[in-house]
Write a protein that binds this ligand. Sequence first.
Ligand SMILES: Nc1ncnc2c1ncn2[C@@H]1O[C@H](COP(=O)(O)OP(=O)(O)OP(=O)(O)O)[C@@H](O)[C@H]1O
Length: 263
Amino acid sequence: MKGFDFDFLKVTPIAILDILFVAILIYYVYNLIKNTLAVNLLLGMFIILVIQFAVDALHMELLSAIINKFMSVGIIALIVIFQPEIRRFLLLIGKNTFLQKNKAWWGYLFGSKNIERDNLARIKPVIDACKSMKKSRTGALIVFVKFYDDQLFANSCEVIDSKISKRLLESIFQKNSPLHDGAVVIAENKIKSASCILPLTDNDKLPPQFGLRHRAGIGVSENTDAVAVIVSEETGEIAYAKQGRVRMNVSFGELEKLLNKDF
Ligand SMILES: Nc1ncnc2c1ncn2[C@@H]1O[C@H](COP(=O)(O)OP(=O)(O)OP(=O)(O)O)[C@@H](O)[C@H]1O
């Protein structure tokens, strides 16, 4: 007698590995898109997929043809809609590779003393400037990027291209300075530009006291590998934005650790 074929239920080590990788992938994708509009879009796509299965099963040919056509164009629409998330996902993979994570390798190859000296040279003036801007209640938005994206920053910014210095940062953000509006971008051990207009986040779950400066800092960290240090003009509080999330009331010790870790 012919029985049922349960071949597809065979659990092989490769299948377990496969499931594990898919679970990790789902976890990373969820982490990337949680608290963003992308969750609603993904839910919409999922519902259409379920309808497609139902329509196929019921052999409703006309509806099935329409949904199939929609789904084949949908993949291009998905790439366009999720472009920031895809970009962030690829950056995340690049940042988490063995060589990137294990900075000891870089130290071994290029000399850890040099790296520490570089970090101190670019981080200390920023922290000192933040200390004095906190005291004087001067609002500031300082963005650190690993790769300076000309396309993103060149159009809206004033090019500075100068050594990172406390006094320069203070004078840029001084209320009377023509460059004080907007963000300063630091990359490649330099203040690359000032007065930059950044993309604002559309996250609707942020605290109500967050105005445009905070929204711009969080926005740029959502779409790029950038982290943003925000000094509030109203409270003097320091906030730190990374990957679309923000840490409030950051102490200077924490700020140094965070910047050292991320840059
Ligand atoms: N798109 C943008 N990109 C960069 N900077 C911006 C942008 N929009 C506004 N800003 C900066 O934010 C300032 C306005 O800050 P606003 O008071 O709205 O922010 P906030 O988050 O409430 O911070 P604060 O606590 O300092 O008031 C502007 O003067 C400008 O310098």
